[in-house]
Design a protein around this ligand. Sequence first.
Ligand code: SAM
Length: 474
Amino acid sequence: MNERGQRRPARPQRSRPAPRKSGPRRPPEIDAARQVAFDVLRAVREKDAYANLMLPQLLRERRVTGRDAALATELTYGAARAQGLLDAVIAACVDRPLEKTDPVVLDALRLGAYQLLRTRIPEHAAVGSTVDLVRAEAGSWATGFANAILRTVSTKDEAQWLDELAPDEEKDSIGAYALRTAHPRWVARSFAEALGDKGADLKAALEADDERPEVHLVARPGEISADELAAITGGDPAPYSPYGVRLPAGAGDPADAEPVRERLAAVQDEGSQLCAVAATKAPLSGSDERWLDLCAGPGGKAALLGALAKISGARVDAVEKAPHRARLVENATTGLPVTVHVGDGRESGLEPGYDRVLVDAPCSGLGALRRRPEARWRRKPSDVADLTKLQGELLVAALDLVRPGGVVAYVVCSPHLAETEGVVGEIARRTKSEVLDARGFFPGVPQLGEGPYVQLWPHRHGTDAMFCALLRKP
Ligand SMILES: C[S@@+](CC[C@H](N)C(=O)[O-])C[C@H]1O[C@@H](n2cnc3c(N)ncnc32)[C@H](O)[C@@H]1O
């Protein structure tokens, strides 16, 4: 019995019985939307697939469209994003550790629990369709177990489960907000450290991070204005970026918008636009013609830098280590004064003396978790240590390549202090570089704190949580 006096369903045996040899067996009919959602969740777990790449591909291949496609999207992204919360609820309904549950059954249970807790799908449909999935994917041996778990899940709504399972907000606000917004505790803690707050600000940050992001477009400077792009796409000019447009929710696939197809515009978070623009704005004395993007793939910032360089008469070198991503940079910068180099930014072999260098370093991506539903559960705290070493080495290489008096912009899409202030503080000290107050190069952007660094946030700025530091070489 559990603490609520309900009998907990027994765990299903992991060794599956041999399939029946005789008798007709009618396969359960699984609707296309749930089958797609299940297949994506399984591939995410088994093959490290990216849900946001695999889902559109499966929908296309299986010709799932309209309301079915919308349901598949809601279930896939919703269940992937809420995995930790769903697991906590499922674990409270099973009498053994969750790790001992057959992973295929667990994938289906997450999908079922998501429907019960976070959608208006009727209980009988959520439970029945999940049990059918379990029968088809794992075997009849697990259907009784799945049915019993989901019946127990359905005895409470999400708020009641959270009241039961979440830590007391007074005693452990990080744990409480982490569970309530379906974030791993270590991620919530890293947000709290960056915000310097464990209360209302942290709660707002995590809540905003759990919402589906708006789509932002960048209007290519010199080709189309943000106002024109907004008028064509039905979006609004972005509040801070002079080139940004924010599209309304449900505006359809932005890749289909005519200006995007004609390469006058591209999809790019407003925070990324602001950081790329800031890299071009810090004042220089002397020449301002040679720019470098040291980590360029897939080329979003390189394209914006290239368009601005074309206007000002500068040229951009763009370095990318992964050949397939370097090809994406080539593609994104066609027609712009950008030369792409495949290589390691730490030993690029390029001639030093750049006026400006952008280091948009590989990072944990904790600032863009909204965009990749499963990412928050895939990332591990140990990833950060490996990344900070690489980030520091790339920043040192950038400072070697920039001329005295030139500017290096260090950007990461993460608010984790080790990847942001930790890397910059140490390298600036070691190289005796001047840390500029970056806030002055984000005009009109509110709530930038005390500087000298800029940390953007979804709950404050509606952007990804991008970090930007500007260093001047002595
Ligand atoms: C955050 S992404 C850059 C995003 C890009 N600036 C944009 O706006 O589209 C980091 C990139 O650095 C690349 N990278 C990783 N290690 C690298 C290295 N040692 N030298 C150069 N590029 C590297 C990754 O392949 C990845 O494409």
